[in-house]
Design a protein around this ligand. Structure first.
Ligand SMILES: CC(C)(COP(=O)(O)OP(=O)(O)OC[C@H]1O[C@@H](n2cnc3c(N)ncnc32)[C@H](O)[C@@H]1OP(=O)(O)O)[C@@H](O)C(=O)NCCC(=O)NCCS
Length: 248
């Protein structure tokens, strides 16, 4: 499999194509020119505009508009449709998908001014991105979101590795939950991921009867320094391509 980490994020070609065995990940900066934010806002549906209006902080509103605007722009580009033509539907846990075929699988995540968008033609996927904070009670938070075995591994690491390790685990667990699409109804302590820095992303163990039996492939993503990202895609043997979106 091609790894974005070894292969720098690239500018997309003009004739962008998504082959059946490919998964594309887009890295998108959410701080954009007000004129562009305004353009993106015009492409949002009325329910998206209502959601945007509810954000208390202007920056959060702007980030939501840019992420949704880019989601529409890029999916529209793959499908040869105008951004305004796309209609999203949501499952019971809020996971968005496209209403009408020809469809695509996609998932989005944002953190501290950056967003990642994963797209595939026929594979379910989940993606997560987090800014690696160092001022964080890792071990305390781990008690409520990691399995006992994951907590023990985190505790055994040198302090200097703990922030990266914690956010590796968090993004891998979150991307898995997002791929499954059932939110926090998935018991976070009932599965283990590999997360020690330098260790390839993987699902280590799944306990209980909730797992859907699919074979999932995990991939670490580093879109920028001090960010941890992960994508989880159904099946194996897919090729990863990482694009950096820029205006112009
Ligand atoms: C909502 C949730 C899907 C992720 O929330 P998050 O990490 O705050 O947000 P992200 O930026 O990663 O992802 C949000 C995007 O995921 C998509 N999404 C929403 N619900 C989703 C779901 N159930 N499944 C997959 N994707 C979903 C949407 O595109 C959303 O974008 P939008 O807010 O612009 O509409 C959910 O898993 C959650 O609430 N998690 C709580 C965090 C937590 O405790 N994680 C434990 C990890 S160890």
């Amino acid at each position: 499999m091609q790894h974005c980490k070894d292969n720098p994020w690239q500018s997309p070609p003009a004739d962008l194509k998504l082959a059946q065995d490919e998964v594309h990940v887009w890295c998108m900066a959410l701080d954009q020119d007000p004129a562009l934010v305004e353009q993106f806002q015009q492409t949002l549906s009325s329910d998206e505009q209502e959601r945007a209006a509810k954000f208390y902080f202007p920056k959060d509103r702007q980030h939501f508009i840019v992420a949704r605007g880019l989601l529409r722009l890029l999916l529209g580009r793959y499908l040869d449709q105008a951004p305004t033509q796309l209609r999203f539907v949501y499952n019971a846990y809020g996971k968005p998908s496209l209403e009408a075929p020809p469809s695509l699988h996609f998932n989005l995540s944002h953190s501290k001014g950056l967003a990642l968008l994963g797209v595939s033609s026929d594979r379910e996927l989940g993606i997560d991105l987090e800014y690696i904070r160092t001022d964080f009670p890792f071990e305390q938070v781990a008690k409520s979101v990691f399995s006992v075995s994951e907590q023990n591994i985190l505790r055994s690491l040198p302090d200097a590795l703990k922030p990266e390790a914690f956010f590796n685990a968090w993004t891998r667990k979150e991307a898995y939950i997002k791929a499954l699409g059932q939110g926090l109804s998935i018991p976070l302590d009932q599965f283990d991921v590999a997360f020690v820095p330098g260790e390839p992303a993987a699902l280590r163990d799944v306990r209980g009867t909730w797992a859907n039996g699919n074979n999932w492939t995990f991939q670490h993503l580093t879109p920028a320094p001090n960010y941890a990202g992960a994508i989880v895609v159904a099946g194996s043997g897919w090729q990863l391509k990482c694009w950096r979106w820029s205006n112009g």
